[in-house]
Design a binder for this molecule. Structure first.
Ligand code: ZN
Length: 308
């Protein structure tokens, strides 16, 4: 008898081109970034975070955000989103016609100040300005980073995360992603937060973004899935998240998530072989290997349809 009731389908947002590449010391050519996004859409990733409209002074890796957005071939059905730090970034982003924009802030005050040089209240005020500017024309989602723990403050109270989510939803944000930015979450914590979130904000789409610094990302995905979550952010190869030690402790690898989910009969729409080939080319560009286990082992043993 089945003990857990999994969703039959999940929606993955591929964040490698943004979250992954911004952590790499090497700045890749615009033409290659465009090719990467097109390969990801061709591999069936339903949602792709293409780039970030952060100041080029802060993040030279994303200085060509407009050119990348202009260069990609929009695949029908694929949702292309961009990350926006402030109103200036939103103005830039809106000229490029994204399907969605994503805002971000930290659940912990110290991390938010270090990350974006703003208090949480200042971030929320900035978001209200962006929401006014967007005025309902395109969907806006938000990521609450350090939702499971902060490198400066340690534990983050669940209630703080839920209060922040409520304020974001009240502004008109319809999807909230909870980020385990430093890879400290554990499955029991994930289940508790997912269940409480769904209880207090049942109308809101909930996404999860796990990092694998301590080897818990797949376990956390499975826990979230069992608790009813069906939206996840992952990065091809498991790149990103650790700018000073590339290849170690990055995002949950898309290949690893797809392999696990498809093996269990949970549909992702992703062609694993195409994705692995895309990661192979990316490795050539980056000049170093990637942490994805499925990339290294190959994805050919996928047993479709769950228990057999
Ligand atoms: Zn990440």
């Amino acid at each position: 008898m089945e003990q857990w009731d999994y969703p039959s389908t999940v929606s993955l947002r591929e964040v490698g081109p943004r979250d992954g590449l911004q952590a790499e010391p090497v700045v890749l050519d615009t033409a290659y970034k465009v090719q990467l996004v097109d390969q990801l859409s061709a591999a069936g990733l339903p949602r792709i975070e293409v780039t970030s409209f952060v100041s080029p002074e802060w993040l030279p890796q994303m200085a060509d955000a407009e050119a990348v957005m202009a260069g990609i071939a929009r695949r029908p059905g694929t949702v292309y989103s961009v990350l926006v730090p402030n109103l200036r970034g939103a103005e830039r982003a809106l000229t490029t016609g994204p399907d969605e924009i994503t805002l971000f802030l930290s659940a912990s005050a110290t991390h938010n100040m270090k990350n974006v040089h703003r208090s949480i209240a200042e971030s929320l005020t900035g978001f209200r300005g962006i929401m006014e500017r967007v005025s309902g024309n395109i969907p806006v989602s938000a990521v609450i980073v350090t939702a499971f723990g902060c490198p400066y403050e340690g534990g983050v109270p669940e209630q703080n995360v839920l209060n922040l989510a409520r304020q974001l939803v009240d502004m008109g944000i319809a999807e909230i992603t909870l980020g385990d930015t430093v890879g400290v979450a554990h499955p029991r914590q994930v289940v508790n937060l997912v269940q409480r979130f769904q209880m207090v904000l049942p109308e809101v789409h909930l996404g999860l973004h796990f990092h694998d610094n301590r080897g818990t990302a797949l376990a956390n995905l499975l826990a979230a899935l069992a608790a009813g979550a069906s939206r996840f952010e992952t990065a091809l190869g498991g790149i990103g998240g650790s700018p000073f030690s590339p290849g170690a402790g990055g995002n949950l690898a898309t290949e690893d998530a797809v392999y696990l989910l498809e093996s269990m009969g949970v549909h992702t729409g992703v062609d694993l072989e195409k994705l692995i080939a895309t990661t192979g080319q990316l490795i050539g560009q980056l000049g170093h290997s990637v942490p994805s286990r499925v990339y290294l082992a190959g994805g050919r043993m996928v047993a479709k349809g769950g228990t057999q």
